[in-house]
Design a protein around this ligand. Sequence first.
Ligand SMILES: [Zn+2]
Length: 138
Amino acid sequence: MPVSRHPHAPGDIVTPERDVTHAHFRPGDRVVILKGVAGSELWGDAYKVVTSSWHTPTDEDGWRLFDAAGGERSYITAHPRYLVHLSSRCPDCLIYQQVLRTYLVPRLAGADEDIDCGWYSVTHLNQVVHVADARGGK
Ligand SMILES: [Zn+2]
């Protein structure tokens, strides 16, 4: 299914408010960064956590991630707040997902293709940055 950027995608009011510590994640964890909606479900890209790495856009501790399908960008660095455990046994990540789903899915209902909300970009240093973090950026 094609993924398109939605011209009127809502801003992400959930992720910037998320309270999750760096220590919530560990090397080897399988995670996803949620970027939009596919049908009535959230959609995102999956990664494996590799090692602790400085997240320069926020000047905080982040995690280096491995993307098996990433090609030249196999390794990227993201802030812990962007990450969600793929395991369904993590209550913290489940709550975040539910809040995001409740906020986002009804607003994009009826679209017949997958939607990338355009919340994330990748810098030339392979740092993933959320639009809310880029705005205040240096
Ligand atoms: Zn978690």
